[in-house]
Design a protein around this ligand. Structure first.
Ligand code: FAD
Ligand code: NAP
Length: 334
């Protein structure tokens, strides 16, 4: 265990804060050995640090989950179940599946972070969420040290949500995650921009590799690479609102984009609201709102987490005033 370690390399915002204590583990048995320390103080389990914002030094134990390994668990004529260690890099795992012809995760290409964090907010992109192929996860209960298996029904997956962010928050450490992937995959290109990209790639009958390539190309063209410009992806969730809120916005903005989200509700694009409110591309010293995607807050280098948090608060207040919509942060704040 190390003391007073800078977390700058361990969070994709590149915020320079210190953790009082720092440790990592490479296996379930190393994790078990760390449990007494974890129980003693506030502990933060991290993967790639791509969904966190530190507004101050972390006065506790920061632990990196580095459990590696990819294993085939079951194979039938139609599917395989593949289990990956929580410390595997998510995108590398997706590419492993794509290269082996295992379908289901290709739309989730190039999402930063590790496998172990993927169930935390049921990561999603381009019309797919991990809950669609999730088989089970194994997690260690901090209090008892017991390894527990969670099936999908136990995880209460929702839009960027799971039980691990709510009822079971800070109680379990995810060690591995398994997915049921198709051996005869049908591609999902229904998310508009994928079809356009495939068209520009001259692909008329796409396979999962083509879809993965298309998603990678789209993401590289509009999202900042955290290695170059600090960010944590979408800072806010897309709000789900009732139809009367939509109608009120439509009275000024006839063409506001909206997507059905259950009876009497629609999902609005938070990035669109922020852009209409005039924040897109705005820079405030060391931080700002990304020039191509208003949903992404960025750190130009020396910005602090507090500055980024304060900017997010100003955006929330402005969107509430202009559209009567309350944005919720997707990024975890510490
Ligand atoms: P971390 O940031 O390290 O941790 C996130 C949370 O999970 C923390 O609360 C942490 O304590 C907890 N956690 C992590 N690992 C474990 C574990 N093993 N056990 C228990 N708790 C754990 N997200 C999407 O959903 N869709 C996207 O398309 C997407 N695109 C992105 C694009 C960019 C450029 C960036 C920077 C981020 C994007 N994200 C996206 C957000 C982020 O990449 C995902 O949420 C990712 O799953 C976070 O993984 P991580 O390993 O970095 O998690
Ligand atoms: P986009 O394609 O510009 O679309 C803007 C928003 O409209 C998205 O947030 C998306 O909601 C919604 N949307 C668009 N087409 C839709 C459809 N056919 N059905 C339902 N909803 C639709 O979005 P983008 O910012 O470039 O991101 C592309 C994808 O990557 C999105 O799925 C987004 O969630 C994901 N992404 C996530 C993060 C993150 O950090 N969480 C970062 C970057 C990208 P959804 O977000 O619900 O899909």
């Amino acid at each position: 265990m190390q003391k007073a370690v800078t977390l700058k390399p361990y969070n994709t915002f590149g915020v320079d804060v210190k953790a009082k204590l720092f440790a990592s583990f490479n296996s379930v048995s190393e994790l078990r050995a760390l449990l007494p320390e974890i129980r003693k103080q506030e502990t933060l389990i991290a993967g790639g640090g791509s969904n966190m914002l530190f507004t101050k030094n972390f006065d506790g134990l920061f632990v990196r989950n580095c459990i590696k390994g990819i294993e085939e668990i079951t194979r039938t004529d139609s599917y395989v179940v593949i289990e990956a260690g929580a410390g595997e890099i998510w995108h590398d795992f997706v590419i492993y599946c794509v290269n082996n012809g295992y379908g289901g995760l290709e739309n989730l290409s190039l999402i930063p972070g590790c496998v172990g964090a993927s169930p935390m907010q049921n990561i999603g992109a381009y019309g797919v969420e991990i809950k669609d192929t999730f088989e089970y996860l194994d997690a260690m209960e901090i209090a008892s040290g017991k390894l527990t298996r969670f099936k999908a029904a136990d995880c209460a997956f929702g839009y960027r949500e799971s039980v691990f962010k709510h009822a079971l928050k800070n109680q379990f450490i995810i060690c591995s995650v398994a997915f049921r992937l198709s051996l005869h995959p049908k591609v999902n290109t229904s998310y508009g921009i994928i079809e356009q990209e495939l068209f520009s790639m001259n692909v008329s009958t796409p396979n999962i590799k083509d879809v993965s390539d298309a998603v990678i190309r789209i993401r590289q063209s509009k999202l900042p690479d955290p290695k170059v410009l600090g960010n944590a992806g979408s800072f806010f969730k897309n709000p789900i609102v009732t139809l009367d809120v939509l109608e009120s916005i439509q009275s000024t903005y006839e063409h506001v984009p909206s997507y059905s989200a259950g009876e009497g509700c629609v999902k609005l694009a938070a990035g669109w609201l922020i852009e209409q409110a005039g924040w897109k591309g705005k820079r405030f010293g060391n931080i700002g709102v990304h020039e191509f995607q208003a949903l992404v807050l960025v750190n130009y280098g020396e910005g602090s987490g507090k500055e980024i948090y304060d900017l997010s608060q100003r955006i929330i207040e402005d969107i509430q005033k202009k559209f009567n919509v309350i944005l919720e942060r997707e990024v975890n704040i510490y």
